[in-house]
Design a protein around this ligand. Sequence first.
Ligand SMILES: [Zn+2]
Length: 594
Amino acid sequence: MNTQTPHLHYRLLPADLSGHRFQITLTIAQPDPEGQVVSLPAWIPGSYLIRDFARQVETLSARSGRRALAVEKLDSQRWRIAPCKGTLVIEYTVYAWDLSVRSAHLDETHGFFNGTSVFLQPHGLEHLPCLLDIRPPEQHSDWSVHTSLPEATGLPGAAVRHGFGLYRAPDYDALIDHPVEMGTPQVITFQAHGAEHELVFTGVIPNLDLSRVAADVRAICEAQIAFFEPESKRAPFLDSAERYVFMTMVTGSDYGGLEHRASTALMASRSDLPVFGDRRQSEGYRTFLGLVSHEYFHTWHVKRIKPAAFAPYDLARENHTRLLWVFEGFTSYYDDLFLVRTGLITEAQYLEMLAKTINQVQTGPGRLKQSIAQSSFDAWTRFYKQDENSPNAIVSYYAKGALAALGLDLTIRQATGNSRSLDDVMALLWQRYGRDFYARDPQARNGLPEAAMPALIQEATGVDVGAAIAAWVEGTADVPLAELLAPQGIRVESKRPEHAAPVLGATTRKQGSDLVLRTVYEQGPAHEAGLSAGDVLVAIDGLRVTADSKLDELLSRYQSGQTVTLHVFRRDELRRFALALAAAPVAVKLSRTE
Ligand SMILES: [Zn+2]
């Protein structure tokens, strides 16, 4: 394109660092003659919750030449600008003070934004190419720009690598899928199968061992690229970008990630990242590598292979699909699997992580009420809106989805004498839906139909897993992992932890100096006794309980079956309950048989 080609022109200025405001100007040469409608997305793809990003728009005005145009708010997300003959210019400010991977954040140290928080969608013109002029903040000439969005090379004002200036996107859908980090982060780049990758760490992280992280992440990237493209070893993001960017915001205690077509935004805890010179591998660092592996896997699986319901995304409302168990569950299965396949963790460590997932799923009575297909569908209102009763009511399509993936993998391996596996299913998904996704015309981009999995697995492997999917995915049956793992030489033992204290059947949380019941498990001792989430524990058998009390220690003086007296405050009223303690729940342990 050149600057004369019809396009959408966005200009973004970090205008008020201490007030956390971006100032954005959108220029449209040929707006809708009936009056241009614009909106901000109600949600960000990958995070299935209505967030109404438009609520952070503080001011919005429109003009054509010198003439101010009337602006009418149509609903929570949309505005209509009065019709005009010439070029339409819309100016608006966005408040950006949400430290998460899902929206935007700006202060004196850095700026981060997702396009879904800052770029208005001009209805009817989403197909137009976009130019984005990222302006530097007045006070910080030392800031650099980190994004997978390609520079508008060849155009006047084009950004040079890591610089401010013009960037480009082929359409609105692409524009909002390349988040941007700016500031003075720690950066390292590496090549994986010839494709450029960049690691960007924002935040104060003394003596961060960047080259160790780069070497480990590179191993994950190369393994996944070779997994999906064993012959060409072509990185998937080369259809949209020249590089892949991992942008990590590092804080005291955060964790999370959000996938994009050529980048990912991550939150990590300082203590999870390796210190220069220390070769030990902490559990936190394994967790960080697992997160990296998870988000990178999404580059293929959900950013290109997608549920039909996401092709295209409807950004104005919830997009329901019963398939998140495939997209998040399979990804959760493969993320840790790639750590062991690349040798970053040992098999014993992998089995430990797997046992943790099994125990996590087993603990929730909700798994017997909701299937992972239902959990996928209701993600918007249930999984993403969890409360004290969620463990009793819902199941995680991540955790149980990962176990279903393992169960399917083992079923296929056993039925085919190890000649086929879930890897063949991923290969077929990639060839059929993913590989050409962005190469196709936007109207011809299709996704995985809701009911397609059983037939697709049979096509890829010759194995009919219809009954397994009906039971574990559409139904609430547990995945019979002990039975399925035995032929692989893995023993599953269910044991009560030795010397474990008996339990109340509830989790607790600190609230100021009090200890409060968080979740009361259905049919557990606390439930049977009449206790409730939110009850403030006062005493157990006359012994005071506070936020600092160690319940385990206190209860270890009792046997399961013994009855204790609990005093609690509920709505400030003192109440007394007799509770029969239960034995600690059994936990599974996995080990290799000789
Ligand atoms: Zn995910």
